[in-house]
Design a protein around this ligand. Structure first.
Ligand code: MN
Length: 720
């Protein structure tokens, strides 16, 4: 929507909501709300001289941008009727029902509160909490934000003093709320408008500079966009690419931290949308294989989303025309969440209000203790004061050595602090230095303490900590650690026991672990995946023999397995005759076996299939272990230089950063990621990754490099 659009008519609003609200009755409620509000505001004017109704109409229109439901749109139309026209809540309830009446009442309550501007960070935080805290239905906040946004768009009419006051209040109180809810589109416009009125000279000089460099930036972006489209199409990746405008406020913040104008203005920004999370990493890998990335500029907000849920991959590369390009890669759903935050759930109709409410509440968990208070206190003033007291009594503010403020409930210990900073920090804590002194881990933190947590890579949590931690957040993370450890141990033990039993019974692993066998076992035992099976064996729930016995009548001979594999349709038919030299035979169809996917440099052997030429396997492929009469010597053709497709299985102990690290390695080693398949297990993180690589030497180096990484337990080549 254009910011300078003077007025929205009801018809425009109605057309807009009709694109996502289809129920006639619901739309009639909106119509009724409009007529009701129009009549009540009939002779009122805004400061701008316009009819008052233009304001609620615009607020409703802003909310229709994020697909707000009909109750929210109706309440937005009615939001000023209680305050400006003395309509009672009862009257609204009779006309529109309790839900809409409650929404309007909530917005009215917030608007009644008058927060004196304060320099004290703690007081500001409280004010934000109070707004959120008195809101029983989180949709009230979205209306409040839209209300403020429209007021900011028309702020030019007010006095300079009022403009500044409003701008500052918006930046200090409403922007952080929008940020916490992840409603970045509204947040970003609120920020730009606040900057325009609080620091007009800065604002307009940035706008001017941006406009001066626009033409050049646009042509660079178009050039890079075309190159990326070609590149991604050649790898069969479905995608969309958009140039990306930087917000004026974000440029201001960067300048504020001392970066030069040219560093910021010269940067070209693009955003790529793809269908799946795995595609995001694959896209990143492909881009890095062509354009050199700036080291340390990748950010993996997919594996580690920002606190408000934001997900995306960020990288900066040297692209076309020798320019730097800042590229964001995300799925469409991630984009929706990034733009609209929790409100994006409105867009997924089938989930509806319940999901929105629960998603929002999750975000607002922080404020929950205050929400409980609102039931007891009816008088706004008493309520606000009691909330302020409660908060000031119960919350302490402590600092990291770098000066970042961390908020904790009174009673918290260094353990709570460590887990609040990061789970990794918590899990590897060995001690705490507070205000320069070594203190025990059960020390009770005080306001303004400066806390340094000492960590060690080899340290692990102690069960004792459950008694020392105060916050449920820390306790849950400690418990999660021990659950994980217990499960991991049983999983490992279970796997070992099963493999031993198979060996004793002389059953080959390949045979046993065939998909249909495993699914038969899982079905029989009524469990979800193979890890659960291992854990069951490891914890003595099932004996390995009883598990093996489930399959006893089902065995196939090795030959049957091979023949079914070689002839099966999912066999990848790549004719690579030229790469492989078959001793003494010319003009014969040669295929690379899909089970073990040999690459150049592997010791290989040919297997003469019935009617499908020669299938080339790795020497150690168990699928050909027993049959000599059908094998034939084959050699790699040294004169051919190309990349071969193979699969690796990466086992990681967490999913943070792992894919990013892998993709980063491929980028530096001329390896192309073809696809990434995340294997869902409850305890482990497993990735089946198809890569294109020139030869075994390069692959071995790649595997060694991956295995050095902390988070990676093991990398294997897959033989299926
Ligand atoms: Mn209003």
């Amino acid at each position: 929507m254009r910011k300078d659009k003077p007025n929205i008519s009801f018809e425009e609003l109605y057309d807009k909501v009709s694109t996502y609200i289809f129920n006639e009755e619901d739309k009639n409620v909106i119509k009724h709300a409009y007529e009701f509000a129009k009549e009540k505001h009939a002779f009122q004017k805004r400061h701008t001289g316009e009819d008052y109704i233009t304001h609620p109409l615009n607020v409703a229109y802003i909310l229709s941008d994020i697909n707000a439901d009909y109750q929210t749109i109706s309440a937005a139309l009615l939001h000023d009727t209680m305050k400006e026209c003395d309509v009672t809540k009862k009257e609204l309830e009779e006309e529109f029902g309790l839900e809409i009446a409650n929404l309007v009442d909530g917005v009215t309550k917030i608007n009644k509160l008058n927060f004196s501007s304060s320099d004290n960070e703690a007081m500001l935080a409280n004010q934000r909490k109070i707004i959120v805290g008195i809101t029983e239905d989180v949709r009230v906040i979205t209306i409040k934000l839209a209300d403020r946004l429209h007021n900011m768009r028309t702020l030019w009419i007010l006095s300079e003093k009022k403009q500044k006051e409003n701008a500052i209040e918006t930046l200090e109180i409403l922007v952080p709320i929008a940020h916490r809810l992840g409603m970045n589109k509204i947040k970003s416009e609120l920020e730009d408008l606040s900057l325009r009125y609080s620091k007009p000279d800065v604002y307009f000089s940035i706008v001017e500079k941006l406009n001066q460099t626009k033409v050049e930036r646009n042509s660079n972006v178009e050039l890079m966009k075309d190159a990326l489209i070609k590149l991604l199409n050649s790898h069969g990746i479905k995608h969309k690419i958009k140039g990306r405008a930087k917000s004026i406020y974000s440029i201001y913040k960067k300048l504020d931290t001392g970066r030069r104008f040219s560093d910021i203005y010269d940067l070209n920004a693009l955003r790529i949308f793809v269908d799946t999370e795995a595609c995001c990493y694959q896209t990143l890998g492909i881009i890095h294989s062509k354009y050199r990335p700036i080291p340390k500029r990748f950010k993996d907000y997919i594996a580690m989303p920002k606190e408000n849920g934001y997900q995306s991959l960020h990288t900066t590369v040297f692209g076309e025309n020798g320019q730097l390009y800042e590229i964001q890669i995300r799925t469409y759903e991630m984009d929706d969440l990034a733009e609209h935050g929790v409100a994006s759930h409105w867009a997924y109709k089938e989930k509806g209000k319940a999901v929105l409410q629960s998603a929002m509440e999750e975000k607002l968990q922080f404020f929950r203790s205050i929400m409980e208070l609102s039931n007891e206190e009816s008088n706004d003033e008493i309520f606000v004061n009691s909330v302020k007291e409660e908060i000031l009594k119960k919350i302490i503010y402590v600092f990291t050595p770098k000066g970042d403020i961390i908020e904790l409930p009174l009673g918290s210990t260094p353990i709570d602090f460590a887990y609040k900073v990061h789970t990794k920090v918590g899990d590897s804590t060995v001690g705490a230095i507070i205000n320069g002194n070594i203190e025990p881990l059960d020390y009770k933190l005080q306001d303004n303490d400066i806390i340094k947590i000492n960590t060690s890579k080899t340290a692990t949590p102690s069960r004792e900590w459950l008694n020392m931690a105060y916050t449920s957040q820390a306790k849950n993370k400690i418990k999660a650690y021990f659950n994980r450890i217990d499960k991991e141990e049983n999983l490992k033990k279970g796997e070992e026991l099963l493999l031993k039993a198979l060996k004793r019974k002389k059953i080959s692993n390949v045979e046993f672990f065939k998909e249909e066998n495993i699914s038969k076992i899982l079905n029989e035992l009524n469990i979800g995946d193979i890890n659960e099976l291992y854990i069951g064996i490891g914890s003595n729930k099932y004996s390995p023999l009883s598990v093996i016995n489930i399959l006893q009548n089902q065995e196939l001979t090795k030959e049957e397995i091979i023949l079914s594999k070689v002839n099966s349709n999912d066999h990848v038919d790549i004719n690579i005759k030229d790469d492989i030299i078959v001793e003494g035979i010319d003009q014969i169809k040669v295929n690379i076996a899909a089970c073990c996917k040999p690459i150049k440099g592997d010791n290989i052997v040919g297997y003469i299939t019935k009617g499908n030429g020669i299938s080339v396997h790795r020497n150690n492929c168990p699928n050909i272990s027993d049959i000599e009469e059908r094998l034939i010597d084959v050699k790699w053709n040294d004169n051919v230089d190309k990349k071969y497709l193979t699969n690796i299985l990466v086992r990681a102990n967490n999913n943070k950063n792992v894919l990013m690290d892998i993709v980063a390695k491929t980028s530096t080693q001329d390896i192309t990621v073809q696809s990434i398949n995340t294997i869902n297990t409850t305890e482990d993180f497993l990735f089946d990754i198809s890569i294109l690589v020139q030869n075994k030497e390069k692959l071995d180096k790649f595997i060694r490099d991956l295995e050095i990484l902390d988070s990676i337990i093991k990398v294997e080549r897959i033989i299926k």
